[in-house]
Every structure is written in C-alpha cells, then in structure tokens.
Design a protein around this ligand. Structure first.
Ligand SMILES: *Cc1c(COP(=O)(O)O)cnc(C)c1O
Length: 468
C-alpha cells in the first residue's frame, strides 16, 4: 500500500505521491501531510549504519514514493542527485566540543541546505513528467537562497521551464550571480522593479488567476511547503545519527529555523523511530516560534531584517503541519486555529503546548550575539560558521541539559554566502568561495528587468517558455 497525502485542513481530496509532487497548497488552503509514516526498529537502524548517503536516502524515501517510481529509477535518481555534492560523504560531520557537532549541509552546488531537497525535486518532477508526456512551468519568488537552489535543481530538466522573480537590486551580489550565471535554455531570471513582497504577491496571484501559459501548461510551485522538500530533509537526521553511532541513545539537533521546514523533517525522523532527544528551534530576532514555545502564543509581528536573512520571516508556514498533529490531526479544529491565528493570534491549549515542549526547545539570538558566536567558534575551533549556523551552535549550547546528550547543529549555509556577517564579527578573515564558484564574479549574467506589473510578467513567461 502506498502512503497517501491529506490536507491539514481536512477538506481537500487525498492525493498520491505523484500528485502531491505537482501540488502546492491544497484547495482548502491547507498543507499536505502523509497519512502514515514508515517506522524503523533498532535492528533496522543497525542494518543501515554502513550505508552511503544515497543508499540510506533510498530506504527513507522509498516508502513515501510507493509505487509511483520503480526501485531502479529511484535509486538512479538518488545517486545522480547526491553526486552533485562536493564532499564524498555528502553531509559530513565536524566536531566542535566533546558533545557538540556540526553537520555541514552546504556541500551542494549553491552552498545551502536547500540543495538537498531541490536537487532531488527537479529530478523527481522531470522523471514523472517524462512518463506523463507533460511539460510544466515552475514559478517562484526569492530573496536569496531558494531561487538559486531551484535553478540549479532544474537546469538539466527537459520538461521544466523555471522562472524566478527577484527584487531588482535588492538581493546580494553573490545570491544574484548564483542565479543569473546559470546558462540553460529553460532558466529564466526576472528582476522585478519592486521588493520581495511584490515578487511573492505576483507568484501567488499567478497560481490563483486564470491560466496564462500556452498549451494549457501547468504551473508548479517549489516553495518550502512542497512535501517532497520536507521528505528529502528527513534523510540527513538519520544519516548523522548513524554516522555518530547513536542508535541506542538519543541525539539532539539544533536547527536554524525560518519556515519550519527543516526542523519539521527532524520531527518526522523522530516519529519514524530515530532516537532524538530535543529538536532545538534556533531563531534570530524574528522569533515567532521562540514565542510560541516560551509564551504559548502564535502571533505575527512585523519583519525585522537581520544578519541571517534566510530566517527573516513573520510566520512559519510549515508550522501548520506540527499544529495539525497538536490538534489531534483534526482538520476542522486546525482550520479553526488557523482562523484565530490570522485574526488575532492563537493561544495554544495547555495540552498542545506541553506536547510541543516534550519534543522542542528554542533559543533566540540578536545580531550582536550572532557576531559574537561567529568569533567564539573561530577562536575556539578555527572553524568559520555562517550567521545562520552560528545561531544554531549558540542555541545548542544554551539548551544543553548537562545529561551528556550529543547535539548536532545543522550548518545550513557556507560562510562565503554571507560575507557581511563574517566581516561584522570582526575576526579579520574572509570566507573563500569553493573552487566551483571561485570565478563567480567574472561569469556572464542573464536576466531581464521587468516593471512591477503582473500582466507584464505573465506575458513574458508565456512568450519565453520553450515550445512543447
Ligand atoms: C532556508 C534557510 C533556513 C531556514 O530553513 P526553514 O526550513 O525555512 O526553517 C535557515 N538557514 C538557511 C541558510 C536557509 O537558506
């Protein structure tokens, strides 16, 4: 029996893996979650201990995919996906203290953990589209990491044209160049004369508005609510705990968190049988999730730009997936909660809050604490962390219980992606881009600047996607 997918709001139709891959939000406004989870026993975990990353990824992912993709095809896709990573271990561990570890998730083509999911998503989509004889258009808005990871993930996809909108002159030069220097006939970069919210609003409208693409082509989203992205991220929790040899005692994970996708994958790993003690939500000053855990209230504040921009959010979209479990997987109750949240903020019922606190801890860092932490790790370990990772390592120490539990901090980005924060830390060293990007600043760029106007953008997309 293949796993099916239901909406958190309980009203949309159940989907297969193949359909959930192509779906964004459910028709009832909810997010898709699996109806059941595969679980792994101690002896099954022990048998997985010698597996390479792609071998382990197959064991974790295959139950979610079910019979949508043949075993040999899925194995080939996973081998191909993780061969793109520079380090032979794909996700190597680095030890900082006796009980503190860092999991380097920045060895992929765009130097952030988003490559783990988006390299796979592009290949899964292309495989399924080839079989169906369909071509689709991906549309997304980015203020930084997601756009380049999506572009890199799709650049060899025959059946996908991808259009990424970024706010003109408002993304960092490294981030813009990581998008605009990828030369392939199916990659289309649009610089919008507006801000990130304008870009995002145009993407949202395009998904609900009348179809505007030629030949009835489907529009697909690859934003952080896409189920397949969460699924891909479950694997490295297992991989790192197995690499540490910790299958009989629990490990904690500290996760630099924005939209709650990455840490939700850790929550699923725990439910699937991986011994996990605490999942630590590490946030910057945009602390909506820290406030949920400490005060029990889920409410939106205004956005405050920080040195860790990939965690600058006001709401964490994937948090709805956890709330669904906390609501006893009752779509109607969850819908009520989300309505209250939107209107005035949601006070979590005591039982739900104590359930959440059993699994999650949290810590918040200011920009100056982030800089101090970069300097601390540099002076103590001679190891350079990016500002997102620094918030994670700081939170890992702050939440240590003294019980001797090992904590793994997810290093979500390479320090060379965020030179301003490294400079602000005052350590006097610069992070070097890895060799495959060393000439990034000399490469030719391709992008078009368009006015902040929906019909201009849609006309551009309709005329620039490749012929069927
Ligand atoms: C996207 C991102 C995050 C936040 O991940 P979520 O899944 O949205 O919680 C953290 N750090 C970096 C570097 C990122 O790119």
């Amino acid at each position: 029996m293949s796993i099916r997918y239901v909406s958190t709001r309980g009203k949309a139709a159940e989907l297969s893996f193949e359909d959930v891959l192509l779906a964004g939000l459910a028709a009832d406004g909810g997010l898709y979650v699996p109806t059941s989870l595969p679980t792994f026993s101690q002896s099954q975990l022990a048998a997985m201990q010698d597996m390479t990353y792609p071998e382990l990824a197959y064991e974790i992912i295959a139950p979610f995919v079910g019979d949508c993709i043949a075993e040999s095809d899925l194995r080939a896709i996973l081998n191909d996906t993780y061969a793109e990573f520079r380090h032979p271990a794909v996700a190597p561990l680095v030890q900082l203290e006796h009980n503190q570890w860092v999991l380097e998730l920045f060895q992929g083509p765009t130097l952030a953990f988003k490559d783990f999911a988006l390299q796979l998503l592009g290949r899964l989509l292309d495989h399924i589209l080839a079989r169906r004889g369909e071509k689709v258009v991906i549309m997304g808005a980015t203020s930084g990491d997601t756009g380049s990871a999506a572009i890199e993930g799709c650049k060899r996809c025959d059946n996908i044209d991808i259009f990424i909108l970024h706010p003109h002159q408002r993304v960092s030069e490294v981030q813009r160049r990581q998008m605009t220097t990828v030369m392939a006939p199916n990659i289309h970069n649009i610089a919008v004369q507006g801000n990130f919210d304008d870009c995002q609003a145009m993407v949202k409208s395009s998904f609900v508005a009348a179809p505007f693409l030629p030949d009835g082509r489907r529009l697909v989203a690859v934003n952080s609510i896409n189920w397949a992205r969460i699924m891909a991220q479950i694997v490295y929790y297992f991989y790192s705990a197995l690499a540490l040899g910790r299958i009989d005692k629990p490990t904690s994970f500290s996760v630099p968190t924005g939209n709650f996708g990455d840490i939700f994958a850790g929550y699923l790993a725990k439910k699937m049988g991986l011994p996990i003690d605490k999942l630590i939500i590490a946030t910057n000053r945009n602390d909506v999730l820290h406030r949920v855990l400490t005060e029990g209230v889920y409410s939106r504040l205004t956005l405050e730009p920080s040195l860790s921009p990939s965690m600058d959010i006001t709401i964490s979209s994937n948090f709805e997936r956890l709330l669904f479990d906390l609501a006893g997987r009752e779509g109607s109750l969850l819908s009520e909660w989300m309505k209250t949240f939107a209107e005035r903020g949601l006070a979590l019922p005591d039982a739900a809050l104590s359930d959440a606190r059993l699994v999650f801890a949290s810590h918040r860092c200011s920009d100056s604490e982030t800089c101090d932490e970069i300097a601390h790790i540099w002076s103590r370990n001679g190891y350079l962390v990016d500002p997102h990772t620094a918030i994670g390592t700081k939170a890992a120490r702050a939440c240590e219980t003294g019980s001797g539990t090992a904590t793994v901090t997810l290093a979500t980005a390479h320090p060379a992606k965020f030179p301003a924060a490294i400079e602000a830390s005052g350590i006097g060293v610069e992070a070097q881009l890895p060799s495959h990007l060393a000439d990034l600043f000399e490469r030719p760029e391709a992008f078009d600047v368009l006015p902040n106007n929906l019909s201009d953008v849609q006309t551009y997309m309709a005329t620039h996607c490749r012929a069927l």
